[in-house]
Design a protein around this ligand. Structure first.
Ligand SMILES: Nc1ncnc2c1ncn2[C@@H]1O[C@H](COP(=O)(O)OP(=O)(O)O)[C@@H](O)[C@H]1O
Ligand SMILES: [Mg+2]
Length: 259
C-alpha cells in the first residue's frame, strides 16, 4: 500500500457529518435537528435508548434514507456522490445476507481484503495475516471454514465486522456489534478498533451500550434521544455522573431513564 494510490483520510474534513438533520417516518418525528461529526482518527460512540433514532441516523448519514431537513456529508461529499465505497466499512444492526450466502466465513472476510486492491489479485501473506487477525478479533477463528449461512444472526454480523476490519476502511460505522460477548472477546474487538484508528488514521462511529472495553479509548460520546442530549468526552460525561466503564449496567439504565 502506498500513499500515492490510496486517498486516505483527508485531515480537517470530517469523514461523516450531519447538520441539523430532522426525519420522520410519517407520524411523530424520529430525529430533530441532529448535528454530529466524525473526523479522521476519531473514535466516537453513539448511545441512546431503544428507539432513540440511532440506526435511522446512521442510514441517513450513509445515504440510504433521505433527511427531511438538514444535510449530510460523507467524505466531504453528498453520500450519493461517493464512489469509493470501499473507504466505508458499515455493518448494520441486522445485516441482510446477499448472494454471498454459499461462501465460507473466511471467503467473506478475504473478499473485504481484496475489495480495494482489485478482485483479480491473489492474497499475499500479509493479507492472510490480516484476515486471520480480523477473524480472531470477532471470535470467529474456529468458524473460518464454516459456510456463512450456517451461522447465527449474531455470528453473521461478526463475520461482516471482520470483513470491514480486513478491508482497512477510512471510516468504520458499526451498529450494535457483538452484544453480550465475554470480556476477552470485548478486548480483542477493542484492540482491532484501536489498531484501525492508530495505524490507519481511520474514524470510527460505534453504536453500542457496552462501552466498558473502550471507555478509555473514546474521544467522544454522543447521547441521542431524538435530539443530541450530550456530545463530549467520556470525562465530561463522567462529570455529569455517568460512568462508561465501572459498572456495566450504569449506562443502559441511565439511557432508559432519559427523557
Ligand atoms: N422502517 C420504519 N418504519 C417506521 N418506523 C420506523 C422504521 N424504522 C424505525 N422506525 C421507528 O423509528 C424510531 C427510531 O428507530 P431506530 O432508528 O431503529 O432507533 P434505535 O436504533 O435508536 O433503537 C423508532 O420509534 C422505530 O420504531
Ligand atoms: Mg438501532
Amino acid at each position: 500500500m502506498t500513499a500515492a494510490t490510496e486517498p486516505g483520510p483527508a485531515p480537517g474534513v470530517p469523514l461523516l457529518e450531519a447538520r441539523g438533520v430532522s426525519f420522520s417516518f410519517g407520524r411523530g418525528s424520529v430525529l430533530d435537528e441532529v448535528s454530529l461529526a466524525v473526523h479522521p482518527g476519531e473514535f466516537v460512540a453513539l448511545v441512546g435508548p431503544n428507539g432513540a433514532g440511532k440506526s435511522t441516523l446512521l442510514k441517513i448519514l450513509l445515504g440510504s434514507l433521505p433527511a427531511s431537513l438538514g444535510s449530510v456529508r460523507l467524505f466531504g461529499a453528498a453520500p450519493e456522490d461517493v464512489h469509493d465505497r470501499w473507504r466505508l466499512g458499515y455493518v448494520p444492526q441486522r445485516p441482510i445476507l446477499s448472494s454471498e450466502l454459499p461462501a465460507t466465513v473466511e471467503e467473506i472476510v478475504s473478499a473485504g481484503r481484496l475489495r480495494q486492491r482489485g478482485w483479480w489479485r491473489t492474497l499475499r501473506p500479509e493479507d492472510h495475516d490480516a484476515v486471520h487477525h480480523a477473524l480472531a478479533s470477532v471470535g470467529l477463528g474456529d468458524l473460518a471454514h464454516t459456510p456463512l449461512n450456517e451461522l447465527s444472526g449474531g455470528q453473521q454480523q461478526r463475520a461482516f465486522i471482520a470483513r470491514a476490519f480486513a478491508s482497512g476502511p477510512d471510516l468504520l460505522v458499526l451498529d450494535e456489534p457483538i452484544a453480550g460477548v465475554d470480556g476477552e472477546s470485548q478486548r480483542k474487538f477493542r484492540d482491532s478498533l484501536v489498531h484501525l484508528i492508530q495505524e490507519h488514521g481511520s474514524g470510527v462511529l460505534l453504536v453500542s451500550h457496552e462501552l466498558a472495553a473502550v471507555a478509555r479509548d473514546l474521544d467522544r460520546v454522543v447521547v441521542l434521544k431524538r435530539h443530541v442530549l450530550f456530545d463530549g468526552t467520556p470525562d465530561e460525561l463522567a462529570a455529569s455522573g455517568v460512568s462508561l466503564g465501572v459498572h456495566r449496567d450504569d449506562l443502559p439504565l441511565w439511557l432508559e431513564g432519559l427523557r
